[in-house]
Design a binder for this molecule. Structure first.
Ligand SMILES: Nc1ncnc2c1ncn2[C@@H]1O[C@H](COP(=O)(O)OP(=O)(O)O)[C@@H](O)[C@H]1O
Ligand SMILES: N[C@@H](CCOP(=O)(O)O)C(=O)O
Length: 317
């Protein structure tokens, strides 16, 4: 359960008092998520998400994320903008953490996406990239390729406690990816973490894209590669579903398009995505206290994906 910071009833009431959102009726910690503390807040007027930013979200980056959400919402995309208080402020401090009150979006995230759901979600990513073509703010990817080797070195040989030989395995895979990383592909604002749990759906329709807290300026096709790695395998990183992968590429291509150079780069970008998520999960695996109210995610599920992408360079043909 991702609740790192407890919010007292008194602090929440004082916080809500800043807004024109009605009176507090109930508040519950949200089990899903690993990065931030999230609460479901009901007032007598509406339902909201309260997020307190933890771990990897820097307070200085919040204006970028909020501007991105406003930009997408203004273009009609189903993303949840933060609510302004009576003075027009969206970023507050609550229990000592940066915090925002966010519009609640309906829908559920699917655990086992069908091809139709993957197609719709990838089309939503394509629509998002189209809408971001004129978004001018930039943010360096705090989990981009330049950070992978320092993170590998920080994890060090502790990786071998997760799986013997893991450090050397990733060291070698990363060297290959670094050496071949494509230069010159289109760069734009991207989501960078569009996993199934960050897409809200009703049946086969997308009702919301959420969790933009890794959004950044990076290779646009990398967003597609991240999505492919997250959507086409089961939770253990096994049983890749070719129909889901094909539907995802079809959905994205129909909505936005992929150049030949972007498509050709996808196998390598996907291997990079595997290293990125393996390393962040491994760091959390090694450093999350045993009593923390959060479900650690399995780093080896991304090793299995990496094995598969290395063995199947034809996956995106
Ligand atoms: N705007 C929203 N509308 C509806 N549910 C949301 C919204 N934002 C977050 N949630 C719920 O909270 C969960 C955790 O949010 P998320 O942003 O993914 O957390 P984290 O950043 O910690 O991973 C989501 O899986 C979803 O169930
Ligand atoms: N998607 C990442 C972890 C980030 O968590 P999220 O709940 O914010 O998507 C992973 O699965 O490793």
């Amino acid at each position: 359960m991702a609740v790192y910071t407890h919010v007292s009833a008194e602090a929440l009431a004082a916080f809500l008092h800043r807004y024109d959102v009605g009176a507090l009726v109930s508040v519950k910690g949200i089990a899903e998520g690993v990065e931030n503390s999230n609460y479901l807040v009901d007032t007598d007027a509406a339902r909201f998400i309260l997020t307190l930013y933890e771990k990897r979200v820097a307070a200085d980056d919040l204006p970028f994320f909020m501007a991105l959400l406003d930009h997408l919402a203004a273009r009609g995309l189903a993303v949840p903008p933060a609510i302004s208080d009576r003075d027009g402020a969206v970023i507050q401090t609550l229990e000592g953490r940066p915090a925002c009150l966010i519009r609640f979006l309906p829908g559920v995230s699917v655990s086992h996406p069908t091809p139709a759901q993957a197609q719709a979600a990838a089309a939503a990513m394509g629509d998002m990239h189209a809408a971001l073509a004129d978004f001018r703010r930039t943010r360096v990817n705090s989990m981009g390729i330049a950070t992978w080797r320092p993170l590998l070195d920080k994890c060090g040989r502790d990786l071998d406690t997760i799986r013997p030989g893991l450090f050397d395995r990733i060291d070698t895979a990363l060297a290959t990816v670094e050496q071949a990383w494509p230069l010159g592909l289109p760069v734009s604002a991207i989501h960078a973490d569009l996993f199934p749990d960050n897409v809200l759906m009703h049946g086969d329709s997308v009702t919301g894209l959420i969790d933009f807290y890794f959004a950044c300026t990076d290779v646009r096709a990398y967003d597609v590669a991240v999505m492919h790695s997250a959507w086409t395998f089961d939770a253990r990183g096994e049983n890749p579903d070719a129909a889901v992968g094909a539907a995802l590429l079809a959905g994205y291509t129909a909505a936005f398009g992929l150049s030949d150079a972007e498509r050709a780069a996808l196998p390598l970008l996907a291997r990079g995505a595997c290293i990125r998520f393996l390393l962040s999960r491994a760091w959390d695996w090694l450093h999350t206290p045993a009593d923390a109210l959060v479900m650690r995610k399995d780093p080896l599920a991304y090793l299995r994906r990496l094995d598969w992408y290395e063995a199947h360079p034809e996956a995106f043909a």
